[in-house]
Every structure is written in C-alpha cells, then in structure tokens.
Ligand binder design. Structure first.
Ligand code: ADP
Length: 720
C-alpha cells in the first residue's frame, strides 16, 4: 500500500498539498522534502502521512528528502495553531519557523596540519613551525604567529608537502549549562516564588504563572531558579527565555553566563545569519538547551521544551505588526499548552490581560512587593506645567531644573526621558502654515539636527531640510515645533555648560557595541545627564542615577487608542523605576499638563492597583479586551476607486452574528502610507464568539482585486 504525504510549503497557500511517497523513501512527519509545484521544485515540510492512492488523478511524487534536522511534530502543530489564531495561511508562520534554515551555512575555516613528512632542509624557523603544528591544525597566520616566523616559512613547508590544507566547518559549540553553580541567596519572598516556579518546571504539564514584582525585586534571579529546575529535571530539557529586542543586552546574557557558567544561544536581529543557522540546528537537535531571544525565537524547532519565560511581558514589542501579525506573549502561552510545559510571564507592570488571567485563577500569581536589599522605590512628584511653565521656547520647568542642580551638585546623575527621537517632531512654515509631510505618507516629517535632515519615522523617507518652504517658497520660514531628545540635550547644555551630557536613542546608539559603551560610561559615572528615549527606560541599573525627569508625561496619552493609558503607565513606571536602584534614594518628576488624569494620580501615589482597577472597569463597560475580543481589518491599495469599491463589497458581505459589532469602513488614522490608501474596519466581539472563525468566513465571502491588500490584525496594539 502506498502512502500520501501532506506537505506544507512556506508560502501563503491556504493549506498543505498532497504528494505520493515514492517506494522506499520512508518519510516521517517533520521531514524536509523537495516537491514539484508547477514547473518548479520547492521545499516544504511533511505535516501528515496517510495510507491511500490519491483518488482519480495520480498524485505527483515527493522528489527527495532533504537532510536537515526534522521539525518536531509539536512545532508543526504550533505553526498550524498560530495560523488559525492570526487568520493567516499556515505557510506564513512556517516560513518564520524555517527562517534559520534559509540562512547561509557558515563558511569552512582553512587550517594547516602537519603531514609527518620532514622537510628536505630543516632550519630553526621551520622546526618552530612544525613544533607549533604538532599541537593540532591551526589557521596559517596563527601558526606563523605562534612559531614567531614570517608567512613565507609556513608557505614553504606547505609547498613541500610537510603541511597540508584542511577545510573544517566551524564547531557549533553550545556550552552545557551547569545548574549546580550557586545562585545568590534569595530573600524570603524570592524563595517562595522560586519554589513555586521550580515546582512547575519540574512537574511538567501545562502551567502558567505571572511573576509580578516591582523593578529591582529580583524577578530575574527568581526565574533563573526555574530555568535551573527545568534543566535539572531532564537531561534533554530545553528552555526558552524571551525578551523585548531592546532589552536583549549583554548585561542580560552575562547574567545567564554567571548563573550557569555557559553562554545561552542567542536569537535576535543582531545575530549574524550563519550563526542563526547554527542556532536553528542546535535547537532542532537538542544541543542548544537555553535560548535567549526576541519574539521570533518562539518559532524555533524545540524537540523538548520544558519552560518558556516571557520577561517584560507587558512590552508592546512582543506584538509583530507586519507580515505575519502575532502577539508573541499570547502565542507563548499557546505553545506552552501544546508542548505541555510551564510558562512564566514576568513584569513590574503586567499587562491588563495577564493581570486578568491571574485574577481569574488561570495563572498562578506570584508577587514580589519590595526591592531587594536596601534600595527603595523612588519618590514620584507631578510638576503641573500650567503652574510652573518652562520659559518660552524651552521644555524644562523650573522645579525640574532646580532638582537637576541639586543632583549635579551631589555628583549624582539625571536621566531625562522623552520618547521622541530627533530635534523636533514637526516643522511648519511660518508664512503659509504648511506642515512638512512625507510625499507618499500621511505622517509629519521629524527634524534631525545631527544630520540636518527631515525624516519620516514611519517609512524611513528623508530629505535635507530646505531653505525655502516647498509650498509657498518663502525664504527661511520653516520653524521647528516641539521637542525631541536632541532639542532637550541642547537646552541641558545651555543650562549646565559644564555638565557631561549624552543622548541615548536609536539615532545615537545603533548597535550593541554603542549601547554597551554608553551604558558603561553611565555606570562609571562619566555622564552627568543622559537624555533618552525608551531605549534606556528599562533593564539598566545605574548606581549613581538618582533623578529621573519625564519631559512630557502626557505624550503617550494623546494617541487615544485602547491601551494609551496602560502603556503610559507602564512606560513611566519603568522609567521612574530607573532612579535610586542602589543605596542612594531616588526621585522621579513628571512634567504634565493633566495632573488630575487617573494615570498621573496613580503614578504619583505609586498605586498601581487603583490604576488597574479603574482601567479594568472602563474596559469591562466597553466590552474591550480582556473582557471582549477585538480585531482590525486594514484594506490598502494605490487606487482609491478600487479600494472604495472593495471595502463596500466587504462591508456588505459581513456575516450576521450574535455578539459581534463592526465599525467602519473608515479612513485609517494614517490614511496613506507609501502611496497606498488605507481603510479600516474594527470588529468587537464577546468573549464567547469564535472571532477567528468569523473573520475567516467573512474574508472568504469577498475576494479582493489584485491591487488591494487585506491584513487582519487580531488583538490590535497599533490603531494607526
Ligand atoms: P528585576 O528583574 O525584578 O528587575 P533583578 O533580578 O534584576 O530584578 O534584581 C535587581 C538587582 O538586585 C540585580 O543586580 C540583582 O543581581 C540583585 N539581586 C536581586 N536579588 C538578589 C539576592 N537575593 N541576592 C543578591 N542580589 C540580588
């Protein structure tokens, strides 16, 4: 009896295709294969095998099996689950899961080895080379260096056949973690939390926990104990620790190395492609036991996953907004449930969704209420900008400047936080009022003084700042409105000419090395005032930092989306949590025009629970997440007429369903991006509704024309 193989291809196709298994190929689920698709041969993964001959038409045969390590079956089931959840074809998450395999293989290294043949004429230099080569093959330059001779001597021996060239693949080393190394002595509440998490990791089976502790309370130390327990429970066990990309610093990696005497495998955008391939293979073969990575690490092929940790679980960057749209924190819980393993979500400011799950008893709720050791949470004060405004054209108010003076006088550090890159967020013409916009998008151009350019932060478009208004032609009429970090830096230099000032944003720090040296300068006290975007709002621990000033605390509230209040609270709580991490007490000052706002009041009182309660009540009233479900459908296209016709047809095709509200179509707030117009529907549904099923059925009823793209965003975070 012959068999049929279902093969999933990493492309946007609705389902796996069937092929005939050739005699003797003996395929298994998870095998990588080459199959014919039209005139081409393409690679895919076997997702199922069944007996049968394939009906009337003979099936095309699988061409060959490819020798990569197979995809574990649970990784495939997870890929299918993720596709259903995101209302996307399964080939899209499969492509993500195979990304590491598409990276180029590492190049072989050239080594020279002794052949045992003695040279016709021995010299002292040649003798030294052969002695050095006796220890094992070495790259040519290193061999010459060890022997203390020139390259010519080595080449001579190679030409004579006394040395030979060997090509070796670089060794894929994954250090074995040593869980017996002692961690720090945990305090009582840390011990209690660590015991619960370690128990979960040891027992196996799906269990979820929320590790909810203020910044500096030792959450990392606690979950490292759970990692140790998971690795101890089974010699093949693997652990995945996910972090927001910008928190993946050397400091975090170093803590794993300290604790386990081994570097974890890293998976994020800065890992070079050949290394990614090694990590993919190391994970698939079980050799990489600890992976520390960004959101896409969730799609790695773990055969034996025992624990997933999502650190900074509230962070918006776990949501991928382009291509395959997914929320990695939610999918991490789904993957843990499929893998029947433990999952820990950690944060000082957990998301409302996770708090709700903890309240409902779905997650175990572990709280660490105090900072470890002597350090205390900073005092938070609100500066009412209506009462003590900055001088015209400036952004720092007198009380904040006064506090900066005191701090500087004590040789302590200030962090000024403003989540806005560049010099000014808006440039307008004083003569005609024109606001400078990108030519093909609906967003303002941001002025950058370091580069002298106007930049669109949405698409990356940029142009030199013109001398004349492009609209009315007036000379020197363009003025910069509002502050960015560069402008605040200018003001600090003016106020404190002697102080050492630095800016931390993605424009001044663009790689890991730059971040490392700036963090070191700050830690070593070589900077007095650091002006920073959210790149520095979390994760770092600066002993001399005692004052955090938030330049525009109202910034995040103006967007007006579902999570605006929550996000502002989280960001500001994290930013003010940077102050006074050691023995010196810290304070945080928030400049606001709305001190009466619930977010500001909760921050000043450091009363998270009151803020959460108010926010939850508002969401419940509106039936919004976590009390209801939400999705956005964004339709876009270059031709406004075709787009309008399609969104009307889509609106008319909406299925009737209880408990579902549809809003739109309306212009998306960003009505044009890269020359494509955008229309949006928002869909709200009761929790009892199968929202994904509804969306899939709806979309199937109205096929878009070729020029229109339809993107479904389940549980949207960006409302643009
Ligand atoms: P969080 O992850 O909650 O922000 P960390 O785990 O980073 O907290 O801990 C904050 C600081 O306190 C770190 O420098 C950490 O090494 C230290 N720390 C936490 N708990 C202990 C402990 N029990 N013993 C010694 N140092 C600790």
């Amino acid at each position: 009896m012959s068999r049929i193989a279902s093969v999933l291809l990493p492309m946007p196709l609705p389902e796996a295709f069937d092929y005939a298994e050739p005699e003797g190929m003996d395929l298994a689920v998870g095998d990588h294969v080459a199959v014919p698709l039209g005139p081409r041969a393409v690679r895919g993964v076997v997702t199922a095998l069944r007996e049968g001959a394939g009906g009337n038409r003979p099936l095309k045969p699988v061409l060959e099996r490819v020798g990569d390590p197979p995809m574990p079956e649970m990784t495939l089931r997870f890929v299918e689950w993720a596709a259903r959840y995101s209302v996307d074809p399964p080939g899209q998450p499969l492509a993500m899961a195979l990304r590491g395999l598409r990276a180029p293989k590492p190049k072989p290294i050239k080594l020279l080895a002794a052949t045992g043949t003695a040279p016709a004429r021995m010299t002292p230099a040649r003798d030294k080379v052969l002695a050095a080569a006796a220890d094992g093959p070495l790259p040519g330059p290193e061999l010459a260096a060890r022997a203390g001779v020139g390259a010519g001597v080595v080449k001579g021996l190679l030409d004579e056949g006394c040395l030979e060239l060997r090509l070796e693949m670089p060794v894929t080393r994954f250090d074995a973690p040593d869980t017996a190394r002692p961690g720090p002595t945990l305090n009582a509440s840390q011990t209690a939390a660590a015991r619960v998490l370690a128990g979960m990791a040891r027992e196996g089976g799906f269990q979820a926990a929320l590790l909810d502790g203020v910044t500096g309370s030792g959450k990392t130390e606690v979950y490292l104990e759970a990692v140790a327990a998971a690795l101890d429970a089974d010699p093949a066990a693997q652990v995945l620790v996910m972090l927001p990309e910008i928190a993946l610093t050397q400091a975090v990696i170093a803590r794993f190395e300290d604790r386990f005497g081994a570097l974890p495998a890293e998976w994020h955008s800065a890992v070079p492609p050949p290394r990614r391939r090694q990590v993919w293979e190391g994970v698939a073969t079980g050799r990489a036991r600890i992976v520390v990575g960004a959101r896409s690490a969730l799609f790695l092929p773990f055969p034996n996953l025992r624990l997933i940790v999502v650190d900074e679980e509230h962070d918006g960057s776990f949501k991928q907004e382009e291509g395959f749209i997914y929320q990695a924190r939610d999918l991490a819980v789904a993957r843990a449930s499929l893998e029947k393993c433990a999952v820990v979500l950690a944060s000082a400011t957990p998301s409302l969704e996770s708090l709700w799950n903890a309240e409902q008893g779905r997650y175990r709720w572990l709280r660490l209420a105090a900072r470890h050791g002597a350090s205390e949470l900073p005092d938070v004060t609100l500066i009412d900008m209506r009462e003590t405004p900055p001088e015209p054209g400036r952004w720092l108010s007198p009380p904040l400047i006064e506090a900066m003076k005191e701090t500087y006088g004590r040789s302590e550090q200030t962090l000024l936080f403003l989540n806005r890159r560049g010099y000014a967020p808006l440039v307008l013409c004083r003569a005609c009022g024109e606001r400078m916009k990108a030519p093909d998008s609906d967003s303002w151009l941001v002025e950058h003084r370091y580069t002298g350019r106007l930049v669109c932060h949405l698409t990356g478009f940029s142009m030199p700042k013109p001398d004349r208004c492009p609209h009315c032609g007036a000379q020197d009429s363009l003025v910069s409105i509002g502050p960015g970090v560069e402008r605040v830096e200018e003001e600090v230099r003016f106020l404190f000419p002697e102080a050492r000032v630095a800016v931390f944003s993605s424009d001044t720090v663009y790689d890991a090395e730059g971040a490392r040296s700036l963090v070191k300068a700050m830690t070593d006290g070589e900077i007095d005032v650091l002006v920073a975007t959210q790149a520095a709002a979390k994760g770092h621990d600066f002993p001399l930092l005692t004052l955090v000033g938030v330049v525009d605390a109202d910034l995040g509230l103006r967007g007006g989306d579902l999570r605006a209040g929550e996000r502002t609270f989280q960001l500001l709580a994290q930013a003010s949590g940077r102050a006074g991490r050691r023995e010196r007490p810290g304070r945080a000052m928030l400049q606001t025009y709305a001190p009466e706002h619930a977010v500001m009041q909760a921050l000043a009182a450091q009363d998270r629970d009151a803020f959460i309660a108010a926010e939850m009540a508002g969401r419940e009233l509106a039936g919004l997440p976590p009390f209801g479900r939400l999705a956005a459908i964004i339709c876009s296209g270059p031709d406004p007429v075709a787009l309008e016709a399609y969104v009307r047809a889509l609106a008319a095709a909406a299925p009737n369903a209880e408990g579902v509200d549809i809003y739109g179509p309306a212009d998306a707030p960003l009505a044009m991006v890269r020359g494509r117009r955008r229309k949006r529907f928002l869909v709200r549904a009761d929790r009892s509704v199968d929202l994904q099923g509804f969306l899939a059925a709806w979309r199937a009823r109205a096929r878009p024309p070729g020029s229109v793209r339809v993107a479904i965003d389940v549980d949207p975070y960006s409302f643009l």
